[in-house]
Design a protein around this ligand. Structure first.
Ligand code: KIV
Length: 272
């Protein structure tokens, strides 16, 4: 189905609300470095997330917990230098906003000041409400993140679908309404039943972006290295791979090794 797209020279938090109102779906992808962000922005993605998934896909950690605020600022400033159109959202990493609202604000200010990002995202509902309010009061746009929140992986114990039970689903719906009420500009819903995600998206006026949350929401986000098939060990049902870069790069690099060994590279025309 194709929907008429309005041209946004620069995507802002207001453009996203506009898109939701007019029924235009929002495209969002992660990026962590200048070169990739340039491609993602140039291809017309609306929102670029400098996700703490950098901890997994860039640094090779098993979880998102180890990445630091300094490392997130490094990734975010590389992305910001590349971007002309997309709205850039940066994850507040684990341990930089949960303990108290003042620390949360200090962390968000560092991201905004030192990277030039446009907004921040943090995980959780009522338990982080005061931190979110403090950040919003300083004029920093905040995106919420509910459902599977990877920074709490040791509490959940697994990466399976969240909010299948009624009690958790009710809490999630309450949290989403609260995030809208206090002024968040959007919400990520990760790995929850599609029906619940649609109900949440229909109940709030701010955009709801899903990952593993079906197509009844206002937009979709994927982790870029997964989406382009650079990674190949992670295969959740919700992931659509648009390329198989793992295979293509392996072939190209093996060919390079062969060419170097055989003195086929560089050729006469590839030297001075
Ligand atoms: O860090 C990340 O990439 C995320 C997405 C999975 C939404 O939070």
């Amino acid at each position: 189905m194709s929907i008429a797209k309005k041209e946004y020279k620069r995507v802002t938090t207001k453009s996203l609300v506009d898109m939701k109102r007019t029924g235009e779906k929002i495209s969002m992808l992660t990026a962590y470095d200048y070169t990739m962000a340039k491609i993602v922005d140039g291809a017309g993605v609306d929102v670029i997330l400098v996700g703490d998934s950098a901890s997994n896909v860039m640094a090779g950690h098993e979880t998102t917990l180890p990445i630091t605020l300094d490392q997130m600022i490094y990734h975010a400033s590389s992305v910001i230098r590349a971007v002309n159109r997309a709205l850039v959202v940066v994850d507040l990493p684990f341990g930089t906003y949960q303990s108290d609202p003042k620390e949360a604000l200090r962390s968000a200010i560092r991201i905004m000041k030192e990277s030039g990002a446009h907004s921040v995202k943090l995980e959780g509902g009522k338990e982080v409400k005061e931190s979110i309010k403090r950040i919003l009061n300083a004029g920093i746009p905040v995106m919420g993140h509910l459902g599977l929140t990877p920074q709490s992986i040791y509490k959940f114990g697994t990466y399976t679908v969240r909010a299948k039970e009624e009690q958790e689903a009710e809490q999630l719906k309450e949290d989403a309404l609260m995030l809208e009420k206090i002024g968040c500009f959007g919400i990520i819903l990760e790995k929850i039943p599609a029906e619940l995600a649609k109900e949440v998206a229909d109940s709030v006026s701010i955009p709801v972006i899903g990952i593993g949350a079906g197509n009844g929401v206002d937009g979709q986000v994927l982790v870029l290295p997964d989406m382009i098939g650079m990674t190949h060990e992670f295969n959740p049902r919700f992931l659509r791979r648009y390329m198989n870069l793992y295979e293509d790069m392996t072939k190209a690099i093996s060919q390079y090794v062969t060419d170097v060994k055989n003195v086929d590279f560089p050729s006469d025309t590839e030297q001075y």
